[in-house]
Design a protein around this ligand. Structure first.
Ligand SMILES: [Zn+2]
Length: 520
């Protein structure tokens, strides 16, 4: 229940992100007259060819991950099968599994491979959670998938995960072939859609010793750059009142719903005085069940976003005051559960430029059948039949979108960069059925492969070029500006709240054992 609500809220997050910069960028692609058609003159990095060959050698493992995770879609924090698919392939590829149940999250993990002494450390960030109501077959129409419609990879994390873990396999191969010292880390990033594992891993300092961290996201276009995302806090505001017969003796009751409604009204009254960068959005998740019963419980989930943690924290204090004020006015009591938060995303110009060079070296080709598949999806969605993008867009300028990602917390601990590669038709947003459909066929396979080539190439350059690492670090230091990393998680929040009980028990820690005994 909690998990589902969280998913819904972050769905909106993602859609905002993609309908902002990314969808705008996709629109650009429809206007060739704007003349951005590639930095064709830019030299392909020396490592691009080696990266492509290494990915070819591990191609089957990458496709197994992409396809099997797609066939077994699991919601955030429930990714039992999906995390095990990654772990199985990592073990097979010779990686050491450093931990499972990492940072208190049963479906998170940490794997590593190392060679030589004192080399650089580069991280990859596979995700593998799916979304409610987005199950779909690998067909260009809305129709149930192998496991129905209840859950599906509508954010493409089957490809995202396969590309990241696959890049680690390919990078390992090139490092062995060329005898390069260094360490490759693979972070099993559970629950990106809800209470992201990366935030817990960052709290535990798991990114502190990295030289850089790389990731990508499936999208409707091929782009990277200086995109920033918003910082976020998530609060559950729970009102308790006193029930009564709403017709006979309502004066005996105190409505928890009135508390929640007054809270919502208070939020509206804040808006005039908030900065344009602030976003407040909420949903009533409990409002009573019958009009003739005074409801004694009510709940609102609210997300507070702004351009950085300082702004978000300031607005959060005001939201708390509003929640308390509403309780006083309605003679109810309120509990404020601040259960999650994320940092904004710090871009890294050095890493983004390196990614862009490797993306430009890709020879991205779509078959006529794939373009037809994409156009059929676009027809179904009443979108222009522009097919799939194959060009690489120019570097995106530094802009902040209203969306958020838990990669933000990684980006405050080590130089980090992201890129998007085309895995869905132009104009299609994330969190829609065509994303699931394309992710389960050859379009998704290519996304997984192409993304692995880009990340293996950038990873190799980072492993072998101290100047590149130093430049990435300098940009990181400059943007971070001496701010200490303070976890956005509330004090005492050990792990996400939405972990299913049977997975908690598997964790085997004493604390959870006690919980289990009590619950019996
Ligand atoms: Zn996603």
């Amino acid at each position: 229940m909690r998990n589902d609500s969280g998913s819904l809220i972050l769905d909106t997050t993602r859609r905002t992100l993609m309908s902002g910069a990314f969808a705008g960028a996709a629109l650009l692609s429809l206007s060739p007259s704007l003349g951005w058609a590639q930095d064709q003159q830019a030299e392909a990095p020396e490592s691009a060819k080696a990266a492509a060959e290494a990915v070819e050698a591990v191609r089957e493992a990458i496709l197994r991950i992409s396809r099997e995770v797609w066939e077994n879609p699991e919601l955030s924090l429930h990714e039992e099968v999906s995390s095990e698919i990654h772990l199985r392939e990592l073990r097979e590829a010779g990686f050491t599994i450093v931990s499972t149940g990492t940072s208190g999250i049963p479906t998170a993990f940490l794997a590593e491979w190392s060679q030589g002494e004192g080399g650089p450390k580069i991280g990859f960030l596979p995700e593998y959670d799916a979304l409610p109501a987005l199950g779909n077959a690998a067909e260009p129409r809305q129709t149930p998938g192998p496991t129905g419609v209840e859950v599906g990879h509508g954010c493409g994390h089957n490809m995202l995960g396969a590309g990241c873990t696959g890049a680690a396999f390919a990078l390992k191969k090139v490092m062995i072939d060329r005898n390069i010292p260094g360490t490759i880390r693979v972070y099993g990033c559970a629950a990106e859609e809800t209470e992201g594992a990366k935030v817990y891993m960052a709290r535990d300092g798991l990114f502190d010793d990295l030289d850089a961290c790389l990731a990508w996201h499936p999208g409707p276009m091929n782009a990277t750059g200086l995109l920033r995302t918003a910082a976020v806090n998530m609060l559950r505001i729970h009102y308790t009142g006193r029930t009564a017969h709403a017709g006979v003796d309502p004066w005996e009751g105190r409505s928890a719903l009135k508390g929640a409604e007054l809270f919502g009204t208070g939020i509206q009254f804040m808006r005039e005085h908030l900065k344009p960068t602030t976003r407040l959005h909420y949903a009533y998740t409990d409002g009573g069940g019958a009009p003739n019963v005074v409801p004694d419980t009510a709940e609102v989930l609210i997300m507070i976003r702004d351009q950085d943690r300082a702004e978000v924290n300031e607005v959060t204090e005001w939201v708390r005051d509003v929640a308390n004020g509403a309780a006083t006015s309605t003679q109810t009591t309120v509990e404020i559960d601040h259960f999650f938060g994320m940092h904004d995303l710090l871009p890294n110009e050095t890493l983004a430029a390196s990614m862009h060079a490797h993306m430009s070296a890709l020879s991205m080709e779509w078959t006529d059948e794939e373009q037809e598949f994409a156009k059929a999806c676009q027809r179904e969605m009443s979108l222009p039949e522009a097919g799939l993008m194959s060009q690489i867009m120019p570097m995106l300028p530094e802009i902040t979108t209203g969306g958020g990602t838990d990669v933000g917390d990684v980006s405050f601990n080590t130089p980090t960069a992201l890129f998007a590669l085309s895995t869905m038709p132009i104009g299609v947003g994330l969190h829609t059925w065509p994303v699931t459909a394309c992710g389960g066929m050859s379009i998704g396979d290519k996304g997984s492969i192409y993304s692995a080539i880009v990340m293996a190439g950038v990873g190799y350059d980072l492993m072998t070029d101290p100047d590149l690492r130093a430049a990435a670090r300098a940009d990181f230091d400059r943007r971070k500006g001496g701010r200490a990393y303070v976890s956005p998680l509330p004090d005492g929040q050990v792990r996400p709240s939405g972990i299913p009980q049977h997975l908690l028990l598997r964790d085997g820690s004493q604390e959870l054992g006690v919980d289990f005994v009590e619950n019996k």
